[in-house]
Design a protein around this ligand. Structure first.
Ligand code: ARG
Length: 420
């Protein structure tokens, strides 16, 4: 039986005795229990659970199925810059952006981004899509939406941002696709750009969940959140004070990163403790959501800080050390320190740091999409025996993301495993 699971499974590279034993005990406990609901039985189909009494059959994978960040990629959503708008300069935007760009946000909030920049980013992303297709991946795109349109809810008025970073909003866990509530008012309606795709996946059999929509009234934000000095913010973060409060659950999908049954996440400027708790209760006993933290004055989206690229293999950011290192050491995980980014200083990064250099996308455990300019990072991958597919998207980077942020995995060939 175990042999069948291994044969049917995806790339698990490091099949240690530890996970072998865990997989065995999981299997025997599963074999003893009859499916109790359609929900658990559908999960089981997706994780290639087969009844020992019947002959193994070709695993039938649903339209949505992914358990980690590195199994062989079959289908992906790539974001879209068309229609992007500069978000209004509200407190949560201020808390998440570098002060050197604050004038830009003040001046241009609610308007489009510089037209030439958008055009160049668009061309870069088209090229990224072509490269992914060439590598055998099915590429899907969100709808073009005019994000400059203003909207009002009973609690606030705003205009939008973009559908450029599907990783921020969509989280795929097994055969389920979760639309995140988000935490920026400018991102409240972002899900609309993905709805045609969500409906298509749903019709084809995926589980589709939208997390509780926050009100995003003033109570969700600490309007007095101090942001004058980085040292001060560091202290605040260490004490658990962020621009978002615990008024209601909020999270962005990109604060979660998947490794089979273990999912790692951070309390950030956009993900609060209630949001993390919602995720754990929603996913239930089959998964463990681990909250981890970093020495980071401005946490938002974990994938330029802690990027899991293989079973028990993580790229870590030397500027943002992880506070739970011992927990990973105990599990025998390997941490590889990301080299310093070489991205030029004079190119605007409106919504991120240069650490997009480590925001890479795994096509499978042995192939990575990495920035053409980031030679030291490429060297690091080659030393790990991972082939680099070099792509250049500097204008797209300006919008706040690298290859991991610009995409969201829909299907990776693999099964639910324990790696931690
Ligand atoms: N906050 C990160 C940084 O500045 C960028 C993370 C981007 N990730 C994303 N999924 N949008 O380093």
């Amino acid at each position: 039986m175990l042999g069948v699971r291994i044969a049917l499974g995806g790339c698990r590279g490091r099949e240690s005795l530890r996970s072998y034993v865990k997989a065995r005990s999981w299997l025997s406990s599963m074999a003893a229990v009859q499916p109790q609901s359609t929900e658990s039985s559908s999960r089981r189909t997706c994780s290639s659970f087969t009844n020992p009494a019947v002959k193994p059959v070709e695993q039938k994978m649903g339209p949505v199925c992914s358990y980690n960040e590195w199994d062989p990629l079959e289908e992906i959503i790539v974001g879209r810059v068309e229609g992007a708008a500069v978000p209004p300069f509200s407190i949560e935007v201020k808390a998440n952006t570098n002060e050197k760009h604050w004038d830009f946000f003040k001046r241009s909030g609610g308007c489009s981004f510089p037209a030439e920049h958008v055009e160049r980013a668009k061309a870069e992303i088209e090229e990224l899509c072509n490269i992914l297709r060439h590598e055998g991946v099915t590429v899907r795109r969100p709808e073009p939406v005019d994000f400059q349109k203003e909207y009002s809810t009973p609690d606030f008025t705003s205009s939008g941002l973009y559908a450029a970073m599907p990783r921020d909003i969509l989280l795929v866990i097994g055969d389920e696709i979760i639309e995140s509530p988000m935490a920026w008012r400018s991102r409240f309606f972002e899900y609309r750009a993905y709805r045609p795709l969500m409906k298509e996946y749903f019709r084809a059999g995926a589980k589709w969940t939208t997390a509780p929509k926050p009100q995003m009234s003033d109570e969700l934000y600490d309007m007095n959140y101090p942001m004058d000095s980085v040292t001060e913010r560091n202290t605040l973060a260490a004490r658990g004070r962020f621009v978002t409060t615990e008024f209601e659950p909020c999270f962005d999908a990109a604060d979660f990163i998947r490794a089979g049954r273990d999912i790692f996440c951070q309390r950030s400027q956009v993900t609060n403790l209630m949001g993390i708790e919602w995720m754990q209760r929603h996913l239930g006993d089959e998964y463990t959501v681990h909250q981890i933290s970093f020495n980071d004055p401005n946490p938002m989206h974990i994938d330029a800080t802690f990027n899991i690229i293989g079973p028990g293999l993580v790229i870590v950011n030397p500027d943002r050390p992880c506070n739970q290192l011992s927990m990973f050491k105990k599990a025998n995980w390997d941490f590889v320190t990301a080299p310093k980014p070489v991205f030029p200083d004079d190119h605007p990064l409106w919504m991120s740091s240069k650490w997009l250099s480590m925001n890479v996308l795994m096509l499978d455990p042995k192939r990575v999409v990495v920035d053409e300019i980031e030679k030291p990072t490429q060297e690091m991958f080659r030393r790990l025996g991972i082939e680099c597919i070099c792509v250049s998207i500097p204008f797209a980077n300006s919008f706040g993301g690298g290859f991991h942020c610009w995409t969201s995995d829909i299907r990776r060939r693999g099964t639910l495993e324990t790696y931690f």
